[in-house]
Design a protein around this ligand. Structure first.
Ligand SMILES: Cc1ncc(COP(=O)(O)O)c(C=O)c1O
Length: 468
């Protein structure tokens, strides 16, 4: 769609004799970045041992004298680039590593140039407007209620933290206690219920919030890691129930359509950790997996996973905007703010980079169809990995419902040996896990850049490593 833009004068050096020194530097950085991308097909995904050894050259005391920016860039490219783990190509299947869409990458360059403080509208009308628009797009893509408020944070861990802070605020407020003013000493107790396969970040954030990593009721799960609805404990209005949309190992989704009505009727606060899985709602073919999660009170997700907007970008969504503001707002006489929605009232941080711009750019470049396509294409690739490895005689430990595959190459020792060979070979990268007592290799297909050819090359490398 054509967009009419206000006129914008390009930055020009003040005279021909005094060119802006940043111009040559930025051109150098662009050239280094372009060369880096050009080598993604031939560079091993894991850095070569000699590149790691060379990093020692950077372990030097801070020099007394300044270093020119050009030399700094040279050091970065010489020692840094070869010692990175390849994420720009399509063969990194570690953790849940999304890639970075071209539009998000370009936006990130511009955002760094703008260097905006995205805490307040008055500090960056552009960043705050794009963040607001992007949050609304995310709400719609995930099928969440209209009244939902959001925050763009660093990742799903901080999104879990932000949403659970709102939950803590709301439940204790209902019990006549202001947790944010008066703390938790002497507060009425809250029960936190999690699935036995909840992501470790939920426990971490509960610890950070003073609610205790271990002070939780664990609900048994089935063989895919899904919370068992028939094993739910008694829930009430002082309960936070944490559900999961997308298990980090199996990709499985808790049965929200079954559990949420029970939890709502009991007055519990339902939180959903949907770091990658919630994005299945963006695909007509996979939406059924997320059915029921829209009944929750808060959601955490990551845009640096399936949406591929680059690190770092997490999103917290909370149905009750007042609860989110209650937990996150900040006042000080020097923060003379206007009438706009101020991110500082919704986010844990005050000063923050304008990561909402990359989110906006990535989603704008994808559109609804592009987002659905990433979910569908990566899940198709995952299915291909599972089918081919199974056909070669290896055991697939999970039902491949989305983009996650768990494969055993035999004994724990053989599986770990195979993973080590795969990582050393460098064609692709996969990590290990232990799933319900079984050592496995995790394949997470999360990058927009993964092509059919990447899958074939990676499969060949995996089979070579397993047979070698
Ligand atoms: C289900 C789930 N929750 C939380 C996280 C943590 O996300 P982040 O690393 O962005 O904090 C992950 C990461 O893979 C995840 O899969």
């Amino acid at each position: 769609m054509p967009v009419s833009c206000p006129s914008h004068s390009p930055v020009m050096p003040s005279s021909a004799e005094t060119p802006d020194p940043r111009t040559a530097l930025l051109e150098g950085a662009a050239q280094a970045a372009i060369s880096y991308l050009a080598e993604e097909d031939t560079r091993p995904v894991a850095p070569r041992p000699e590149a790691l050894t060379a990093l020692d050259a950077l372990r030097a005391p801070l020099p007394e004298e300044p270093t020119s920016a050009k030399d700094v860039l040279h050091l970065l490219d010489t020692y840094g680039s070869p010692a990175t783990v390849g994420k720009t190509g399509g063969r990194n299947f570690g953790f849940v590593n999304g890639g970075c869409l071209p539009a998000a990458l370009a936006a990130s360059w511009l955002v760094s140039t703008w260097d905006q403080n995205a805490a307040f509208f008055v500090q960056s009308p552009a960043a705050i407007t794009m963040e607001e628009v992007a949050l609304e797009w995310v709400r719609q893509l995930l099928g969440l209620p209209e009244e939902t408020a959001g925050a763009v944070v660093t990742g799903a861990t901080m999104a879990n933290f932000t949403a659970l802070a709102a939950a803590r605020h709301a439940l204790l407020e209902r019990a006549g206690w202001n947790a944010d003013d008066d703390g938790l000493f002497g507060a009425p107790p809250i029960t936190v219920v999690v699935g036995a396969e909840a992501h470790a970040s939920v426990a971490k954030t509960l610890g950070m919030l003073g609610m205790g990593r271990k002070r939780v009721v664990r609900v048994p799960v089935d063989g895919q890691g899904r919370m068992r609805a028939d094993a739910l404990p008694r829930l009430d209005e002082r309960t936070i129930l944490c559900l999961q949309a997308g298990n980090v190992n199996t990709g499985a989704f808790d049965p929200a359509a079954e559990i949420c009505p029970i939890a709502r009727a009991a007055g519990a606060w339902i939180h959903v950790d949907g770091a990658f899985g919630l994005w299945a709602a963006a695909s007509p073919a996979y939406r059924w997996l997320t059915e029921g999660f829209e009944q929750a009170d808060s959601w955490a997700t990551d845009a640096h996973k399936w949406p591929n907007v680059g690190y770092d970008c997490g999103i917290a969504m909370v149905r009750d905007a007042a609860a989110l503001r209650g937990a996150m707002s900040i006042q000080a006489s020097y923060l003379a703010l206007g009438d706009h929605r101020e991110p500082s009232d919704y986010n844990p941080e005050l000063s923050r980079r304008a990561r909402g711009v990359e989110l906006w750019a990535g989603l704008r470049s994808l559109g609804k169809k592009g987002m659905a396509e990433i979910v569908e294409r990566t899940s198709r690739h995952a299915q291909r990995f599972a089918d081919r490895l199974r056909a070669a005689g290896y055991e697939i430990l999970n039902d491949v419902v989305v983009n996650q595959v768990l494969v055993s190459f035999g004994s724990a020792e053989k599986t770990l040996r195979t993973i080590a060979r795969i990582q050393k070979d460098g064609t692709c990268w996969c990590g290990s896990t232990v799933w319900q007592g079984h050592t496995a290799m995790r394949i997470s297909v999360s990058s927009w850049a993964t092509s059919d050819d990447d899958v074939e090359r990676s499969l060949a490398a995996m089979l070579r490593a397993a047979e070698g």
